[in-house]
Design a protein around this ligand. Structure first.
Ligand code: PDD
Length: 287
């Protein structure tokens, strides 16, 4: 069955929604996005995603195309129209289609932003086989641009990273810059050593994960120790545990890094506990 998607004010069958060839998202990756998870038909961390969307847009001289309330209503309407129980809502805002190609930004008064949202049904989202077995990751050099805190649609290198991981028989890649792990291709990276949760501090170097913020808050509420600092691949390989967080993976254990198995090679207790807390709290607070 064709999905119902949202495009610039209209709900349409996916087969009837189209965007101009001059759209700057298509020609220049001039756009930003958000991915919000849906559990039991309700949105997880919606307010956090809406705030980060505004931050990304403002950093690129664009304005929120509508209020947070209006955005929430579109998310909910898509959940309803597509009978979405568990899955994701993808949102993308681009600088629009000025009718030609030009490096100079178009005038927003005459070129409205393009706003697209669609659902992705994932019945096993909170119960995936990968989360049960844990992930194998490889390390790759981080050659992305210098404003990774803006959630742009420039996803070619992360996509290449996933392909490098796949070719190496792994699930994902952790990116490394100046000898330190920045983040995963589409997630934030953590290690656990002697009961301390260690994850890189926020800066322009990484995306400020909405799941990261929630998980660190829950960890502190549960009296777990959190250290925000960068770490090397060698330190990660010698850690007791490792894990990632994102809207699509929640908290998922990492069991192998560049061929080195961590501990027993199964998801560790801290990662499992954080996953459980995160899922419980998220379900309870979902809107
Ligand atoms: N990715 N770092 C990067 C580079 C990401 O692309 C993501 C999310 C995260 C985690 O952010 P959050 O917890 O807000 O989802 C960190 C989404 C899920 C994606 O591209 O599909």
């Amino acid at each position: 069955m064709a999905r119902t998607v949202y495009l610039n004010g209209e709900y349409l069958p996916e087969t009837e929604a189209s965007v101009s060839i001059f759209d700057r998202g298509f020609l220049m990756a001039d756009g930003v996005y958000e991915v919000t998870s849906v559990l039991g038909g309700r949105l997880v961390d919606f307010a956090g995603h809406a705030k980060r969307l505004e931050r990304s847009l403002n950093a690129l001289d664009m304005k929120m195309p509508m209020t947070e309330e209006a955005l929430l209503e579109i998310h909910r309407e898509l959940v309803r129209r597509n009978d979405l129980e568990d899955g994701l809502i993808y949102l993308q805002v681009t600088r629009g289609a000025p009718g030609d190609r030009d490096f100079i930004f178009p005038d927003p008064a005459t070129t409205p932003l393009t706003v697209v949202l669609f659902t992705q049904s994932k019945p096993n989202l909170a119960d995936s086989p990968e989360a049960k077995r844990g992930l194998k990751v490889i390390s790759i050099e981080d050659i992305r641009w210098g404003r990774r805190d803006i959630k742009t649609v420039q996803l070619l290198y992360p996509s290449m990273g996933k392909m490098m991981a796949k070719a190496a028989g792994a699930d994902d890649a952790w990116m490394v810059e100046d000898g330190k792990v920045t983040e995963g291709t589409s997630n934030n990276a953590y290690i656990v050593k002697d009961g301390r949760i260690i994850t890189r501090e926020l800066s322009h170097d990484i995306l400020h994960g909405i799941t990261r913020a929630a998980v660190l808050r829950f960890a502190e509420e549960a009296q777990m120790k959190v250290e925000e600092r960068s770490f090397t691949i060698e330190e990660a390989q010698a850690a007791d545990e490792a894990f990632i967080t994102s809207a699509s993976s929640f908290v998922t254990a990492v069991i192998q890094i560049d061929g080195v198995t961590l501990g027993e090679g199964v998801p560790g207790p801290v990662a499992q506990r954080l996953r459980q807390i995160y899922l419980e709290e998220s379900r309870a607070r979902a809107v």
